[in-house]
Design a protein around this ligand. Structure first.
Ligand code: PMT
Length: 425
């Protein structure tokens, strides 16, 4: 199989430019009902300039036939190693790929991949591929949660594969739970990022990272709260980029209206105290915690069960406030294990760097991402600028650009601090 020259414009940052070759993607399809969703993933990949070879398993063809894969990809489709033997497909397809994405990855397929079996064309391809590999699992909740599957996933992640967390929602039939294939657009996004990072994509493989995002709401009565302008975009960018770098990601999301990033375990919270509980629980076995959420420093000291009424002629009743726990400072001072890297954000409106430096000392974290905020600045925008201060005295300036670019710099700095191999316990 030859790389095709092309005229694909790489405007989305995925496909090579007009002089380069089209990135070659192998789409492995496992035998699950979600196989039909992979037609949409295939469409997105081909339409954005990727040269896609589909390798379904024998069972996958029970759900979507070879003719569909062949017509959508423009390539012949085979499941076994005995088709076109003169081209040695069981070796060539994997060797020449820039990315292998398996969607849906069934429990059986994950097990065969983890144990290095080579009993069909897809598992042969997985063994010969030296490029990044992304698995998007889909199965019933019980199968996903089974220790055998979890161990297989851990093995694949340890070896550097990106295994995205399944989504929660409707499964086959009337069941609901965790195990649903993430939306094709989200899997495509993971592939795009992994390809964009090439060989550097998996420096967080085997790591568990926790990211907080959004803004807490401190309830006053059943209809009112004290809140802030955070949309969650910066935290979600951190989660998406960490998934693409191979990490297992727990995203603690406070009051966001963004779609769940494929591959992240999303824990939804409301108030600062709920966010603290979720972050501390996830931090126990984490390698890094990044606190991008805007957390309220104060909450109303009294919650009124019924809507507070206007008082005739007496004016409003003053709102008394109580101090919230400082999650970042608490976690930095009392780490569940010494290897944990703790990162905070500082949202400043004035004397940005000077205040950031004082905050770093006060919070005791390893890195502090200092950004200027205001109405329409950092909050809710797609772009951001920051200086990342290190407890070691380092200062890394990140110019104004997409929140993903800032997120990548944060993970670069975290990755250096993590050093060495992932913890095993
Ligand atoms: O969500 P977006 O719309 O994309 O906007 C992104 C952002 C502006 C919210 C983000 O870039 C940002 O600056 N997040 C931190 C907001 C904030 O709460 O900053 P702070 O300076 O008040 O707090 C400093 C750090 O302590 C933060 O990491 C915060 O999560 C943490 N904190 C604060 C208070 C508290 N009680 N506990 C905490 O852990």
């Amino acid at each position: 199989m030859e790389r095709q020259a092309d005229g694909v414009d790489g405007a989305d940052g995925t496909a090579a430019g007009t002089t380069g070759a089209r990135p070659r993607v192998v789409l492995g399809v496992g035998g699950g009902i979600a196989a039909y969703k992979s037609c949409e993933l295939l469409r997105r990949l081909t339409e954005s300039g990727h040269d896609v070879t589909v390798v379904p398993t024998e069972s996958a063809l029970n759900f979507v036939g070879a003719a569909t894969w062949s017509a959508l990809s423009g390539h012949p489709v085979a499941t076994g190693v005995w088709t076109g033997v003169h081209e040695v497909p069981h070796v060539r397809i994997g060797q020449h790929a820039d990315l292998v994405v398996v969607a849906p990855a069934t429990a059986d397929l994950l097990a065969r991949a983890a144990h290095g079996l080579a009993d069909d064309l897809l598992t042969n391809t997985l063994l010969t591929a030296r490029c990044p590999v992304v698995f998007a699992p889909a199965m019933h909740t019980e199968m996903w949660e089974h220790p055998a599957t979890q161990e297989n996933v851990a093995t694949l992640r340890r070896r550097g594969a990106v295994v995205v967390e399944p989504a929660v929602g409707r499964l086959t039939g009337v069941d609901t739970g965790k195990g649903r294939l993430p939306e094709p657009a989200e899997i495509f996004e993971v592939c795009r990022r992994v390809l964009a990072r090439g060989g550097l994509s998996r420096d967080l493989a085997g790591r568990h990272v926790v990211v907080s995002a959004g803004g807490t709401r401190e309830p006053l009565d059943p209809v009112r709260f004290l809140g802030n302008r955070s949309s969650g975009k910066q935290g979600y960018a951190l989660a998406r980029t960490a998934v693409a770098r191979g990490a297992r990601v727990t995203l603690v999301a406070a009051n966001t209206a963004l779609p769940d990033p494929a591959g992240a375990d999303v824990v939804r919270v409301g108030s600062a105290e709920q966010l603290r509980d979720a972050v501390l629980a996830a931090a126990r076995d984490a390698d890094a915690v990044v606190m991008a959420a805007a957390v309220a420093d104060f909450r109303p000291s009294h919650y009124t069960d019924m809507k507070i009424k206007k008082r005739d002629g007496q004016g409003p009743e003053p709102i008394r406030l109580a101090e919230n726990p400082d999650i970042l400072a608490g976690l930095s001072a009392d780490r569940p294990h010494p290897g944990l890297v703790v990162v905070g954000f500082a949202a400043e409106t004035d004397d940005v760097l000077a205040n950031g430096r004082k905050k770093l000392a006060r919070k005791g974290c390893d890195l502090l991402v200092v950004n200027e905020v205001g109405e329409g600045t950092a909050f809710g925008t797609d772009d951001n600028a920051a200086v990342v201060l290190g407890a070691d005295g380092s200062e890394t300036e990140v110019p104004y650009g997409p929140k993903e670019a800032l997120a990548e710099t944060v993970w670069d700095l975290v990755s250096v601090r993590l050093g060495g191999a992932p913890r095993t316990g």
